[in-house]
Ligand binder design. Sequence first.
Ligand code: NAD
Length: 443
Amino acid sequence: MNVTVFGTGYVGLVTGACLADVGHNVMCIDIDEAKIEGLKQGRIPIYEPGLEPMVLRNHEEGRLHFTTDAAEGVKFGALQFIAVGTPPDEDGSADLQYVLAVARTIGEHMDDYKVIIDKSTVPVGTADKVRTVVAGVLAERGTDLPFDVCSNPEFLKEGAAIEDFTKSARIVVGTDSERVRELMRECYAPYSRNHDKLMFMDVRAAELTKYAANAMLATKISFMNEIANLAERLGADVEQVRLGIGSDPRIGYHFIYPGCGYGGSCFPKDVQALARTAVQVGYEPELLNAVEAVNNRQKQVLFDKLSQAFDGDLTGRTIAVWGLSFKPNTDDMRAAPSRVLMESLWDAGARVRAFDPEAMHETIRIYGERDGLTLVEHPNEAVEGADALVVCTEWKQFRTVDFTWLKSKLKHPVLVDGRNMYDPRQVKAAGLMYYAIGRADSL
Ligand code: NAD
């Protein structure tokens, strides 16, 4: 099939590459000329495991094309995926300007039947808005070409995006059109061979499914962080509690790790946007508000623990930070807990020596060459001359640490572990003070 994908970010580029990889002809279109120029020359704008070889191979074999030309992009595909950003507006609701701009573009350039597919995460009712915009533009052109709009939310997670797209648990499609069902079935057939993964439902149910999934996952995290904060104050080890509750199949072990708060481009904005939608329809979203409030407070926990370790005065201290991305296997730093920590440290007059395996260029893009920030090439280098070490992101290479070596390097024996990666007994045996999340025993 000929497929057009608007947006070459985490979702658009992965969607385009994965669809090309199973034989579809894909045109990826973006308004960012530098990104498209780079992609044409084989430069992948983001770090995502497995993405680079897949993009290069499909581009070389002529199934994956890149353009900034709207007319060319729209004419190319019978299917038009919209995978552009939906960032939070000032009041927390999803900003639909990019999605609706694409809708206008499609209306301006289409000359035959199109299926317009909302893959971006969009509030309930957006498919109707897209339909209205496209119909309006077609009316201005004096034509009424046929088209359908459907919802096909994306559930991939950064860091495992290819794996998630190609082996997804389900492919949700919201539509009431038989023609769309057939075309979407054909598009996804190569990824739906083992068993039928396509779940057809109403458009509004599909739109809400995406927000409900992210809100549920964010709720699990905030719930566990609340229990961790309680455990700490009650003299219990939350890691034992985690195992105790996870063993109940109704609860399960997935996604109940306490930590220093969720970040990334999705959970914070999607929880906020769903809460905003609720208010707009006259419903007070008490649980969603609490999920967000707990998370915002949790992002301060690392700084609070450091502050506690240095008697409330971090002026002139140098803090080593391991891990800057909001989670492992990505370079994405949107809403990352590391940012809250570093900015609090700078406000308190401290300096940061940081290392991340993939997010260094993103850190430079965000903060530039600023006073108080030194980026180093190796985790060991970050610790040189530092007063304390904080682990923000659970990258694999941080899992094993020679604590005796660490103690000998740090000016003060302070290790703050935002991801509960270490065994408190081993850390303490090396003479380090261990501050973890919800582990009273470690203090
Ligand atoms: P992103 O910011 O990485 O990429 C968006 C891209 O869209 C950018 O390259 C931008 O230049 C481009 N763009 C903007 N306007 C355009 C236009 N008019 N025409 C063509 N391109 C345009 O965003 P992302 O992380 O890929 O997210 C995209 C959507 O998918 C969002 O709604 C997000 O909530 C959702 N989503 C994201 C993830 C994730 O893990 N990142 C997972 C599931 C769903």
